[in-house]
Write a protein that binds this ligand. Structure first.
Ligand SMILES: [Zn+2]
Length: 324
């Protein structure tokens, strides 16, 4: 083969590989739909799930539903079990006030299993509480059926892409967030104390994406607004977000906030404390926050769908880029 032919072949090879990869991303993106967001949030925020309080009947119903959805999508249980049970407090107390809490964990095996990335959202909410209205069920459609729906859609998108990621990906649905970030703290502590082979360190977590309350508009004009908290010393995360919103024409206006400006907690915290770079999407506070009126019919489904797509694109990079 002469030099020219060699170059042509090389260019053809490169463009074919890129096209393949591009098609995989597109296949994943196309599988994320508004209809599916409506279905998931409708089911999770239905009165029959009684506000999904951790350790209560409604919370367990939600857990069983999510486990069966991961199974249907084709996501395998992490370390052989979808449920990661825990109880007590994250401060190491012996409190057993809320037994029967469980994270739900699934994964896709990467080409190299010595690094993992994680996307997570809490699925629990605050249950049933008497108040001064005739509705005592706190459905938690925005907080956080919205983020939960996104994790399920992103999991499906990776399966639909047909491509094996470089790093192993864990899809996590946290329990007990509303009781003090119990599930995510339990997972992180457990993860870093689990040594698969003696003398070898725990498997490093390369990146984390958190989704908590991604379905509302902070005011009438904020139909595409989303806050993106990103780890302060990793500007590349913001570049990824801007770049992919433009490339894939997503209807989102990101409001970048450094991670040290975070008001209050969510499940990115235990990861941040371990130095794991993270992206946390949040569409801001609204009058139905922690009220029985946080209902599914108030959700901006176009926005939830667009955030699910950008989260998929971010996780694709976290799982596949050599360095960041
Ligand atoms: Zn929340």
């Amino acid at each position: 083969m002469n030099k020219k032919a060699l170059i042509v072949t090389f260019i053809l090879f490169i463009s074919t590989t890129c096209t393949f990869s591009q098609n995989s991303v597109d296949k994943g993106l196309d599988s994320i739909t508004k209809e599916k967001a409506m279905e998931y949030i409708g089911i999770l925020a239905h009165d029959s799930l009684q506000g999904r309080e951790a350790g209560k009947e409604g919370g367990l119903k939600a857990a069983n539903y999510l486990k069966s959805e991961l199974e249907n999508i084709g996501i395998k249980p992490w370390r052989g079990k979808y449920f990661q049970p825990f109880s007590g407090s994250r401060y190491g107390g012996t409190s057993n006030k809320n037994p029967n809490m469980q994270n739900i964990l699934g994964y896709i095996q990467g080409k190299k299993s010595d690094e993992i990335v994680i996307i997570g959202a809490h699925y629990d909410h605050v249950g049933i509480r008497p108040n001064n209205t005739n509705d005592s069920i706190y459905n938690g459609a925005d907080d956080n059926a919205s983020g939960t729906s996104a994790v399920l859609q992103v999991a499906k998108a990776f399966v639909e892409s047909g491509e094996k990621p470089e790093r192993t990906i864990i899809f996590a649905l946290w329990d007990g967030e509303e009781k003090g970030l119990l599930g995510s703290f339990f997972f992180v502590e457990d993860h870093f104390s689990y040594i698969p082979i003696p003398m070898i360190d725990a498997i490093p977590i390369k990146g984390y994406i958190n989704l908590d309350m991604i379905g509302r508009n902070k005011n009438e004009d904020a139909t595409t607004h989303v806050i993106a908290y990103t780890t302060k010393n990793r500007p590349i995360l913001n570049e990824w977000i801007k770049g992919d919103i433009e490339t894939y024409n997503l209807d989102l206006t990101p409001d970048f906030q450094p991670s040290d400006q975070l008001p209050g907690g969510s499940d990115h915290m235990p990861f941040d404390q371990k130095g794991v770079p993270f992206i946390f999407y949040f569409t801001d506070m609204h009058p139905d926050y922690h009220k029985a009126s946080d209902h599914a019919d108030k959700i901006n489904y176009d926005k939830v769908t667009a955030i699910s797509k950008i989260a998929f694109l971010n996780l694709w990079k976290m799982a596949n880029e050599a360095e960041y």
